[in-house]
Design a protein around this ligand. Structure first.
Ligand code: HEM
Length: 131
């Protein structure tokens, strides 16, 4: 039976599974593997910290995701389709393993961060960077 997301071990399962799905995804996988050439041993622990901070209010993630994604957007435009694919995969991965209030909350947080990120990156006619 599925359970809710309770601790860092649960976050690790979610993050590891999500990025396995991401790497295999035809639409956004190449952005990670070919464009950014992500070092997973570096990226995954950072993402455990990020989601633990978001979901459990622990201030362990130090960083500014907007800066990384602005830089990435210079290499390859991050458009609506990429964000839609990212969200779909994230929601599916959450639903594959978890059910409950925290599973709902992490999807809501992912949705709002993704939508804000998409908005900031694609501000019309603007070179202004809102971090
Ligand atoms: C089109 C959708 C997205 C793509 C293609 C994408 C891709 C990437 C890539 C390639 C990196 C750099 C990995 C590395 O080289 O270490 C990264 C970092 C990161 N991403 Fe995304 N991302 C997307 C959406 C999101 C969303 C919606 C979130 C949050 C909900 C997010 C959170 C992060 C965080 C926290 C980092 C680490 C930033 C840092 O501190 O260096 N990403 N992303």
């Amino acid at each position: 039976m599925k359970k809710d997301i309770h601790n860092r071990e649960d976050i690790m399962l979610l993050v590891d599974s999500f990025y396995k799905n991401v790497a295999l995804n035809q639409q956004i996988g190449p952005i990670f593997t070919d464009v950014a050439k992500v070092d997973w041993s570096h990226h995954l622990p950072k993402m455990y910290d990020f989601w633990e901070s978001i979901l459990f209010g622990k201030a362990i993630y130090k960083g500014n995701p907007m800066l990384s994604h602005f830089a990435l957007n210079e290499q390859i435009p991050l458009q609506t389709e990429a964000f839609e694919a990212w969200k779909k995969l994230f929601f599916q991965t959450v639903d594959d393993f978890f059910v409950g209030p925290n599973a709902d909350l992490i999807k809501q947080k992912a949705q709002s961060i993704a939508d804000l990120m998409h908005f900031k990156i694609n501000l019309p006619q603007s070179k202004i960077k809102i971090v």
